[in-house]
Design a protein around this ligand. Structure first.
Ligand code: ATP
Ligand code: MG
Length: 565
């Protein structure tokens, strides 16, 4: 994914770090990274940052990037997540080639390294229960206390560890711990757990082969080293775990010691980037699924109409630093808007239909008008759109009276129909309740895509579709998923993040009229509906069989001005 302006862009601290490693000849100039998701949910936009970074630097330095599932927690993991993660990484445009790994591939080796630690007197089997372990650990102010089991003999530890593996003990009865330092200022170094017992779970890769599972902090450095990773990039919360990462590799014979480097997580305003919390949204039916177009998941963004290029561009723009920050949603939306402005064909769609009858247009006449697919890009070609006596326009595009600022259709005045003629509103038909149900118009036959011959000015242009040829569709408009810019922090105010779900995040328009040729739009196809925004055909139809289009984003950034999108 290298681009040409790489040389002009300032290099971020991880690139500089690698530059220095290459200059000093470290790792023989090789760069090997990995993206290590836990398959306990779908990937979100935060993961995209990590994916772009890991695959990006590998690509830039002509190195490799592995995809590795960190699957040491079988209770919460599923094959569905394994599959979705692969799909999403590929969709973003990255390729791990033949380097797809699972931490569970290394369970036997991880076990053997644990035996090595035990033999060296650096790990022991501990019988304290979870509460006791906690109270022995001490606090940030006070040193912990040594476990009474800390000085078991190597022989006893080996025997107990093998019995743990053989299934002789129930869950929680024993753990294997590293013997480091119960007085360390770093809590992670106070004899951390390396292995715990888990019976009765079926691991998606290893089935029921194991009843002991290695902890993340133990598994991760060893998996990195076994794969020959050079730079192990992770988020800032692991900074305090780095001494343990290094301790593990320094105390076994493994012959490779990757460098852990931390960067700040991506946080995005008005949404949430935590698989655990996103799981709650899905499981408690706050959204329709992981791919609900309101979700900040890759699957949700894809269904919403985002392009892979727009997400990569976003990750590029936000950069890589060590400073925690929260990015405005407008930044992400600008990326997709800019991309779709270039590539999305233009179409017309009427979201809130109002019928217009052109009285001086012959009843049986249909004209096939030609319209460009893109106003600036001739190479995108043209399409034909039928024009006839009865059309729909948007309700918002007609008023009986209006001031000069309103450049749309006003009773007694003229407006241009996009790609078509100038019409004039002659009369209004209302129902019993006084609501306008039809506008009667006339048209100027000499104005097809040209100005009136007498030089009179027609300022406004509105979109329309031919009533007899329109495709009926359901259109879904999305707003921010949360009312609070930082729903996670809001929990500090004694509330649940779900208390801030925006009840109006989805607006469904059940009867919209689209240009004829949108009938054949395929799932995932994106368009600009002129004057309305960018839209994407959904993969499913509405409950009454109509095609569904999701609004990806509005034409302009509306976040700041109105406070509502
Ligand atoms: P979550 O809390 O959403 O489950 P996680 O860090 O536990 O996130 P993993 O599956 O372990 O999820 O993450 C895989 C990789 O993606 C890790 O290297 C992690 O640091 C990175 N990552 C996760 N969330 C973010 C984020 N918001 N910004 C940048 N990188 C992230
Ligand atoms: Mg994790």
């Amino acid at each position: 994914m290298s681009d040409n302006n790489e040389t002009t862009k300032p290099r971020h601290f991880i690139q500089q770090y690698i530059d220095a490693d290459i200059a000093s000849g470290k790792n023989e100039g090789k760069v090997a990274t990995r993206f290590p998701p836990e398959p306990n949910g779908y990937l979100h936009i935060g993961h995209a940052k990590s994916i772009c970074l890991n695959f990006g630097v590998a690509d830039e330095f002509k190195g490799t990037c592995n995809l590795r599932f960190d699957d040491t927690n079988p209770g919460k993991e599923k094959e569905e997540f394994v599959a979705s993660i692969q799909e999403d990484v590929k969709w973003l445009g990255f390729d791990w080639q033949d380097r797809l790994f699972y931490a569970s591939d290394y369970f036997e080796q991880l076990h053997d390294f644990a035996v090595e630690l035990i033999k060296a007197g650096k790990a022991y089997v501990c019988d304290l229960n979870a509460d006791e372990v906690r109270s022995y650990r001490g606090t940030l102010q006070d040193a912990g206390k040594n476990s009474p089991y800390r000085d078991r003999s190597v022989e006893e530890n080996l025997e107990l560890f093998e019995k743990m593996r053989a299934g002789s003990f129930p869950d929680g009865e024993k753990v294997l711990r590293a013997k480091i330092d119960m007085a360390s200022a770093n809590m992670n170094m106070r004899d951390p757990t390396l292995y715990r017992i888990r019976h009765g779970v079926i691991h998606h890769q290893t089935g029921e082969e194991w009843c002991i599972y290695p902890m993340y902090d133990y598994t991760h450095p060893i998996s990195d080293a076994l794969e020959g990773i050079t730079h192990s990039l992770c988020t800032l919360e692991f900074e305090d775990h780095r001494p343990l990462y290094d301790w593990v590799l320094d105390n076994i014979n493994i012959g490779c010691h990757p460098q852990q480097i931390e960067f700040s997580r991506l946080n995005l305003q008005y949404t949430i980037v935590s698989k655990r919390k996103l799981t709650q949204l899905v499981e408690n039916n706050h959204v329709s699924g992981w791919d609900d177009p309101r979700m900040p998941t890759i699957a949700g963004l894809r269904r919403r109409g985002f392009t892979p290029a727009s997400i990569r561009d976003f990750c590029d723009r936000i950069g890589v630093t060590k400073v925690d920050n929260s990015i405005e949603m407008g930044v992400l939306e600008n990326c997709i808007r800019e991309d779709l402005n270039e590539v999305a064909p233009r179409r017309m769609a009427v979201l809130n239909p109002l019928k217009v009858v052109i009285e001086n247009y012959p009843e049986d006449k249909i004209e096939q008008l030609e319209a460009p697919n893109h106003p600036q890009k001739e190479e995108m070609g043209t399409r034909t759109i039928p024009f006839s006596r009865e059309i729909y326009i948007d309700r918002d595009d007609f008023r009986e009276e209006a001031n000069k600022k309103y450049k749309r259709l006003v009773l007694g005045k003229e407006v241009r129909l996009r790609n078509s003629y100038v019409i004039k509103a002659e009369d209004v038909i209302k129902d019993d309740r006084g609501e306008t149900i039809e506008v009667r118009c006339s048209y100027d036959t000499e104005t097809l895509n040209k100005n009136p011959a007498d030089g009179r000015k027609v300022k406004g242009v509105i979109h329309w579709v031919s009533a007899a040829h329109a495709v009926e569709a359901e259109i879904r408009l999305y707003d921010r998923l949360f009312d609070h810019a930082n729903p996670e922090a809001a929990t500090k105010e004694g509330k649940e993040f779900t208390d801030f779900i925006n009840p109006e995040s989805l607006e469904t328009l059940t009867l919209c009229y689209l240009e004829t040729n949108l009938e054949n739009a395929e799932a995932g196809q994106r368009f600009q509906f002129e004057r309305e925004g960018y839209f994407c055909r959904d993969s499913e139809n509405s409950s009454n069989g109509k095609p569904v289009f999701n609004r990806t984003v509005t034409l302009r950034d509306t976040w700041d001005k109105s406070g509502k999108n």
